[in-house]
Design a binder for this molecule. Structure first.
Ligand SMILES: [Zn+2]
Length: 151
């Protein structure tokens, strides 16, 4: 996958930032993840810079093109739609999200290896069974980012 727009931001800036997700978007993610379970849901993450170095996160849902359990694959026609929508909203595509029907809101070994091969550096995981969300900066070392659900 080659996203059209990637924000080139230093890791230190990302690690010091808070990423805000609106309660409405969080609720949508939660509902779709629950209703699609045991299949994973997925999509792209767009980020919009805010004051004081923080970011607004936008979630662009796509169909999961994988039929394999515990896997996701962003549907390619949905990918184009998501990129267009993000561009209209002034969001830079910086990552992807998916759900974990079972397990924790942490990246699995498969996730980490996919992240290393991908240019999408922000990975968000919503874990259905524990109702938790984790946001990570991937790379050689995977680091937790600060996520806040509010306007
Ligand atoms: Zn995963």
């Amino acid at each position: 996958m080659r996203p059209q727009s990637l924000f080139h931001i230093r890791d230190s800036k990302l690690l010091n930032a808070t990423f805000f997700l609106t309660p409405a978007e969080y609720e949508t993610l939660r509902l779709i993840a629950h209703s699609s379970s045991p299949k994973e849901v997925c999509g792209l993450i767009g980020i919009i810079p805010l004051a004081q170095g923080d970011f607004r996160i936008r979630l662009y849902h796509t169909r999961n093109g994988s039929d394999v359990k515990n896997k996701f694959k962003i549907n390619s026609s949905d990918l184009k739609k998501a990129l267009t929508k993000a561009a209209k909203e002034g969001a830079g595509i910086a990552g992807c999200f998916h759900s974990h029907p079972r397990g924790l809101a942490k990246l699995s070994g498969t996730d980490r290896s996919a992240a290393r091969k991908s240019r999408l550096r922000l990975w968000l995981v919503y874990a259905i069974s524990v109702n938790k969300t984790g946001l990570y900066l991937t790379g050689r070392v995977c680091k937790t980012l600060r996520l806040s659900v509010r306007y």
